[in-house]
Ligand binder design. Structure first.
Ligand SMILES: [Zn+2]
Length: 358
């Protein structure tokens, strides 16, 4: 063996060892997993943790074990943006969505289009939301379900319809908003397990100004940035669970008060004042696995069910793969994440301390 050959062989062995070390670190969740942002770890999960359903932590800092997927289609619903793989939630959340879809026609809403629930194991996401981390949040489009089944591609591409006037500050557009929109939101707010509904301040104001029915659930409807093309349903921690951190209950009253009026002032929309001499602020450190409840490290490592179907609510037959494989759509691949559904506008004016209760 020449010197050259020997060197080359040594090099190959060293390379192999380095690769093995990397692989072991990744498999054991060693240093490399610890240092990766939690959104990468949870965002890469394709299937839930096979375990009893449990939400750990809080809505914007936690994870979920034993999540189930809402089937892609139901009698009165269609799930949207399937490529995002965010149809996963606590079974109580998923059954509430089923209930809402069943009840919707009674208020003149033909069926619901379901946006993001959570990732298979919850946790922070690579794009979109701060909350939706523990399987107890879900987004519903403010677009009624069409009377036909959409293809996977249509579900990616269907644009959002804002309920707001384009050229007028915080004003609902009465050309797109209907009384049925109001009835759907109030129907959702009326379920006892629903603790909060998030809508754009203009939508909350519209409800305050026009809702003539029972107003006792109106206080659960909270104004927030964005949320002009969808509304967000949040249920409380499931009873009997210990790891789920509840949110304070909303205060009494319908919320059509100064906490709403605040949104119509400049304060929530003002750009933060810049000190020309100040150093640019450091970008916030992304959430790490160690920032989440300890249980979330276990959730991340837990085994998966055998398939998406095995973890689909009600043993549904309409999984993403089934829809993608349907003969009429055989040539349509589900495209990569296209449009996002951010909870907040791209440029977020961060307000000064908000009135309590959000
Ligand atoms: Zn949401």
């Amino acid at each position: 063996m020449t010197m050259m050959m020997m060197r080359r062989r040594l090099k190959t062995v060293a390379k192999g060892l380095a690769m093995t070390a990397g692989l072991v670190a990744a498999m054991t969740g060693g240093a490399s997993a610890e240092s990766r942002p939690a959104k990468e770890l949870f965002g890469g999960m394709k299937l839930p943790a096979r375990a009893a359903p449990a939400a750990y932590g809080s809505y914007a800092k936690g994870c979920i074990a034993g999540a189930v997927a809402i089937p892609v289609d139901g009698p009165n619903w269609q799930a949207m943006r399937l490529s995002r793989n965010r149809r996963w939630g606590h079974p109580q959340m998923i059954s509430l969505l089923e209930r809402l879809s069943k009840d919707a026609p009674s208020v003149g809403w033909p069926g619901i289009l379901i946006g993001d629930v959570s990732q298979p194991r919850g946790g922070p996401m690579l794009s979109g939301h701060a909350s939706h981390q523990i399987g107890l949040d879900a987004d519903i489009w403010l677009t009624p379900m069409p009377d036909r089944r959409m293809s996977a591609k249509e579900r990616e591409d269907l644009p959002f319809t804002s309920m707001l006037k384009e050229n007028k500050f915080l004003t609902v557009n009465d050309k797109v908003w209907t009384p049925a929109h109001a009835r759907l939101i109030m129907l959702a707010a009326g379920y006892p397990q629903v603790e909060r509904i998030f809508v754009n301040p203009a939508i909350k104001k519209k409800l305050c100004d026009t809702w003539t029915g029972d107003r006792s659930a109106l206080g659960k409807v909270r104004p927030i940035y964005g949320h002009d093309a969808h509304f967000h349903i949040r249920i409380g921690c499931p009873q009997g669970t210990t790891g789920c951190k509840p949110q304070a209950a909303v205060g009494p009253g319908d919320g059509c008060d100064k906490s709403l009026a605040w949104w119509f002032t400049d304060e929530p929309w003002a750009k933060p004042k810049k000190d020309p001499n100040a150093k640019p602020p450091k970008p916030p450190r992304p959430m790490q696995l160690s920032d989440l409840p300890k249980a979330c490290a276990v959730v991340l490592q837990a085994p998966s069910p055998d398939s998406e179907l095995a973890a689909t609510y009600g043993g549904g037959t309409t999984t993403v793969s089934a829809l993608a494989a349907a003969p009429a759509r055989a040539n349509e691949a589900v495209p990569a994440i296209a449009a996002q559904m951010p909870d907040v506008p791209a440029v977020v004016p961060i307000p000064l301390p908000r009135p309590a209760g959000y």
